[in-house]
Design a binder for this molecule. Structure first.
Ligand SMILES: NC(=O)c1ccc[n+]([C@@H]2O[C@H](COP(=O)([O-])OP(=O)(O)OC[C@H]3O[C@@H](n4cnc5c(N)ncnc54)[C@H](OP(=O)(O)O)[C@@H]3O)[C@@H](O)[C@H]2O)c1
Length: 259
């Protein structure tokens, strides 16, 4: 299928590794030129080099904290009129809600709710004028099935989801879609740290928790980030213009509900 993405431009945040990197690489394989972002400049440059070498597209790396106004300004200055925006940042830390003060909540809201909203605000009107735009927010399966130790994530991402549900119905008439991708368990550094945190809480080894989690999944495995990048890229393509305001779970069947 030709997704008609060759020559388009995308901003992909949180893209030096994990799911963001997988989305960036999959888009690049379709000929999309990239502005990628993460905080650690060395890791980001390495990823940019790898994607350039593998795909031949232009990749501009902007090392900045996307959860800050200054960081977002740097990224948007490098690409003020993207065709595609993939919002992503690290998830908030796990823990017990009794330990979280106002600052902890504000940090989670900044990274996982307000940052995507401000990035969307910066690009959506231009997309509408140009009559093409694809916005993907990387959120979490925790939006549909909350995970108790990830309370900061459950709360902040649900706020983003509610906001997007309204806006996505306004923009689609201009061929600008906004969808959320909800990862279950994918093989990334984030997964490793969540597993370690559970293991500590339960007093068992990380390998035991990993094995238990894989066996508890209908797929009996964790997801491959490339699978995530592939769906992201399809949703960015020309054929996906009728899909908007959706929360698409990629979890190997872990969510037990029918709807
Ligand atoms: N993997 C899973 O199984 C899973 C499941 C559910 C939800 N999620 C969510 O999906 C998102 C991506 O997860 P992942 O597994 O790909 O995580 P990851 O492997 O830890 O990668 C996170 C990426 O985001 C960057 N990043 C983090 N904070 C940032 C910030 N403030 N500004 C700019 N870049 C930032 C990181 O680079 P720097 O650290 O250098 O900035 C890195 O490139 C997270 O929000 C996570 O909570 C993941």
């Amino acid at each position: 299928m030709n997704l008609n993405l060759n020559g388009r431009t995308a901003i992909v945040c949180g893209a030096s590794k994990g799911l963001g990197r997988a989305c960036a690489l999959a888009l690049a394989k379709e000929g999309v030129n990239l502005v990628i972002n993460a905080r650690n400049a060395n890791a980001l440059e390495t990823t940019a080099d790898e994607i350039r070498t593998e795909t031949g597209v232009a990749v501009h790396a902007v090392a900045a904290d996307i959860s800050t106004e200054a960081g977002r300004a740097q990224v948007l200055a490098a690409c003020p009129d993207p065709d595609i925006l993939v919002t992503n940042a690290g998830g908030p830390p796990p823990g017990n809600f009794r330990d979280w003060d106002q600052q902890a909540w504000y940090a989670a809201l900044d990274a996982n709710m307000l940052t995507p909203i401000f990035l969307i605000k910066a690009v959506v009107d231009g997309m509408q004028e140009r009559r093409f735009g694809r916005i993907i927010n990387i959120t979490s399966s925790a939006v549909k099935a909350p995970i108790s130790i990830l309370g900061l994530s459950n709360g902040a991402r649900s706020g983003l989801t509610g906001f997007v549900a309204g806006l996505a119905r306004e923009t689609v008439a201009h061929n600008v879609t906004i969808n959320n991708l909800l990862p279950g368990s994918f093989e990334t550094d984030r997964l490793t740290s969540t597993v370690e945190s559970y293991a500590k809480k339960l007093g068992v080894s990380a390998d035991q928790v990993r094995e238990q989690q894989m066996q508890a999944s209908p797929a009996k495995r964790f997801g491959d980030p490339a699978e995530f990048g592939a769906l992201c890229t399809f949703l960015c393509g020309a054929q996906a213009g009728f899909v908007t305001g959706q929360n698409l779970l990629l979890d190997g069947g872990a969510y037990p509900g029918t709807f």
